[in-house]
Design a protein around this ligand. Structure first.
Ligand code: UFG
Length: 313
């Protein structure tokens, strides 16, 4: 039996049950554990899989690449093998805009070159390739490869949101810690980039829009619009870039007080600016982002204030 190393909390599933019509079934296991996977497919009538199981810390992937190839790539191979054995051939895969590497221009369309510059990004691209090869092999597979930009925010109820272990690497959860006084100030990693205010620009997308993108993806895969041999790549972003300073301002508007920060050195590996072109998501899936940066901050702040200790692990 493999060790389960997930970051998630069973409490989040209990809260999803309260917010939704039906309680999700939780089976705890490791995506590399083929015995558990076979059991899940044996015990349930499954039409499609949304594959989100993976590790995603860029810095950690540089220090411990083997962990990333093992969980993200081997884990995906185990999952696809179990699907194949049980005749399940529809999959939505959680990929990332990180596969574009250091893009020269934005907005980014799905045709633009992929050249990930860290092991995490490599693993996402490798799984994309596996799915493209599997669909091309004419085995009846259909896949949607969703390239997420920067997911942030929380459910508007304030009941479910991001609860990272330890010190968060990412901007929104770090600002959340500063806003709740668990950190004295935010380090802004560089204000000397070639951008309008000198700070890096990203395409932040509300997690609820991201979740809706998955529902649309499933609808598409299970409809007659999808054909065999297709592995469609789809960007999920807002097509709007926001700088770190703009994010700080939006947070201040959401929480009603100043977020203390200091400008420090650039963070190694940061890309100056990128944002999505999501026209394909609209054309293929009928999806587009509905929440703006202000709403992302309001919802993240509500989650943070209602749950200062996250899920209370
Ligand atoms: N930043 C700060 N201070 C912080 C944290 C971040 O200034 O304390 C800045 C970063 O330098 C960057 C921006 O805020 O300019 C966004 O940084 P994040 O760490 O929040 O997000 P990244 O764009 O670096 O990466 C995220 C995910 C990746 C994913 C990528 C997809 O962490 O896993 O988006 O585009 F691949």
């Amino acid at each position: 039996m493999l060790r389960v190393i997930g970051n998630s909390s069973a409490e989040s599933i209990r809260r999803v049950s309260r917010l939704s019509n039906g309680a999700p079934v939780l089976i705890k296991g490791d995506v590399r554990d083929t015995a558990i996977l076979d059991q899940v497919f044996d015990d349930n009538a499954i039409d499609a899989v949304i594959h989100l199981a993976g590790v995603k810390a860029v810095g950690e992937s540089v220090k411990n690449p083997q962990k990333y190839y093992d969980i993200n790539v081997s884990g995906s191979v185990c999952l696809f093998g179990a699907m194949q054995r049980h005749g399940v051939s529809n999959v939505v895969f959680s990929s990332s805009a990180t596969v574009y590497g250091v893009p020269e221009t934005s907005p980014l369309t799905e045709e633009m070159p992929t050249k990930p510059h860290n092991p995490y990004g490599q693993t996402k691209l490798m799984v994309e390739h596996i799915l493209r090869d599997m669909t091309a092999a004419n085995l009846g597979w259909r896949a949607l490869l969703l390239r997420y930009f920067n997911p942030v925010g929380a459910h508007s109820s304030g009941e479910i949101g991001e609860d990272p272990h330890g010190i968060p690497d990412n901007l929104f959860p770090f600002i959340g810690m500063v806003a709740t006084k668990r950190k004295p100030l935010l380090d802004v990693f560089g204000a000397d980039y070639n951008t309008p205010d000198g700070t890096c620009i990203r395409d932040y997308i509300h997690v609820v829009d991201l979740a809706r993108g998955h529902v649309k993806a499933l609808d598409y895969l299970l409809s007659d619009r999808a054909t065999d041999n297709s592995a469609k790549i789809v960007n999920l972003g807002t097509d709007q870039g926001s700088s770190v300073f703009q994010v700080i301002k939006a947070w201040e508007a959401a929480c009603g007080f100043e977020i203390p920060f200091q400008v420090t050195n650039r963070r190694a590996g940061d890309v100056p600016a990128y944002y999505a072109d999501s026209r394909r998501a609209k054309a293929l899936l009928g999806w587009q982002a509905e929440h703006d940066l202000a709403q992302m901050c309001v919802d993240h702040w509500r989650w943070q204030t209602k749950n200062p200790d996250g899920y209370g692990k």
